[in-house]
Ligand binder design. Structure first.
Ligand code: PHE
Length: 375
């Protein structure tokens, strides 16, 4: 009896003690993991700026389900091993209802199984390797995938009359390995020839051996499905070795230091990506103006994709009417015709988006729009 009384007293006491989580419950915690520092810092900084802008706009308009979104961002330092640790912390400690990230496919592939096991929806804004969403039904992306991107560039190379291509792949990145594979598949299936297949690793600084071998094969162009930091050095060293042919690449070329490091070495080269800030649609102009006002710079692909990913998540929470993970998952999966900055986004049954790619060329110290390629 005495024990029952003390239990009752303890119960009454807990009722009187203010719940320290009460204030937090007024907000909806959203996790974000991004490479804010390190070798691919441009990816994380840009995507974060876009995500942040979207969250600010959502909150300024009253939030979602009567609550403000609370964006909790963690830096994975562009390092393998970090995404898993960080996402575990976001889920177990911060109790996020969903996770946004990463840009680089290998990083997304590391965190996705953790989100899947915990049934916390993850939306990658920019990872294009097919394997990412294959991890499970809680993993989504709002961008196109590399079988499409590879085909776009292979077709483009053929349209230029190029028949012999050399390929230079970053073996440390699932993105690079996959994109090379899909490009080669389409290019060779349609009569093209791969005259050299060379490799490098993220962080390498000297590409002269590979480029010397490529030069000897006399290609019409070189396909380099890598990230901006290495691509800039490769371009410079290729020109120093007298390799004058156009270089071709994918979305991984996008990064603020690409042209700073490459100078004019990439002039006349081409790459595919998700977004062109020069596009004249009212939505793009409006987004570019808002982004410039907040961050003092022109948004790139990752910024636009980061913005779209946060908007899609907020919309799904609104439609779900709850942050319950299974219902939120279903609402994200049901995303159709979301009018995004990077295009009209409908998620298919494999949780991918089918969207046009943009081909840009390098010249006059910047990027110029070439064409949009529909899926
Ligand atoms: N698609 C790249 C990947 O999967 C990442 C990326 C997206 C890089 C957009 C730049 C711009 O790794």
């Amino acid at each position: 009896m005495a024990m029952l009384r003390s239990l009752l007293v303890a119960g009454a006491l807990t009722l009187l003690i203010p719940n320290p989580n009460a204030a937090a419950a007024e907000e909806i915690p959203i996790g974000e993991y991004a490479s804010l520092t390190g070798g691919s810092a441009s990816f994380g900084q840009s995507s974060h700026k876009g995500t942040e802008l979207a969250v600010e706009e959502i909150n300024a308009a009253g939030g979602v389900l009567g609550k403000k979104l609370k964006l909790i961002t963690e830096d994975d330092q562009s390092q393998a091993g970090q995404p898993a640790t960080i996402v575990r912390k976001l889920i177990s400690q911060d109790k996020v209802v969903a996770v946004l990230g990463e840009v680089a496919s290998s990083k997304s592939l590391e965190a996705a199984p953790i989100c899947q096991q915990n049934k916390i929806p993850m939306i990658t804004p920019a990872s294009t390797n097919p394997k990412v969403t294959e991890v499970g039904d809680y993993i989504f992306r709002i961008c196109f995938i590399d079988p499409f991107q590879g085909t776009v560039m292979a077709k483009f190379a053929r349209s230029k009359g190029w028949k012999k291509i050399a390929v230079l792949t970053d073996v440390k990145q699932d993105y690079s390995v996959g994109l090379a594979e899909f490009f080669v598949k389409d290019f060779t299936a349609n009569g093209g020839e791969i005259v050299r297949d060379q490799k490098y690793s993220t962080g390498d600084k000297d590409f002269k051996p590979q480029l010397t071998s490529i030069k000897a094969a006399r290609p019409d162009a070189i396909f380099i499905p890598g990230y901006y930091a290495e691509v800039a050095l490769i371009a410079k060293q290729a020109r120093l070795l007298g390799l004058k042919v156009p270089l071709l690449g994918g979305d991984g070329w996008v990064g603020d230091s690409l042209l700073k490091v490459a100078g004019h070495s990439l002039d006349g080269s081409f790459f595919s990506c998700h977004f062109s800030a020069d596009e004249q649609s009212p939505d793009t102009r409006n987004f570019v103006a808002k982004f410039k006002a907040k961050h003092g710079e022109i948004p790139d692909d990752m910024a636009a994709l980061g913005y779209d990913s946060a908007m899609i998540l907020a919309d799904a929470i609104r439609r779900a009417g709850t942050t319950d993970s299974a219902k939120l998952r279903d609402a994200i999966a049901a995303t159709t015709h979301h009018d995004g900055i990077t295009g009209n986004i409908t998620l298919d049954s494999a949780r991918n988006a089918s969207k046009p790619a943009v081909i840009l060329t390098v010249g006059n110290g910047g990027f110029q729009f070439v064409e949009t390629v529909a899926p």
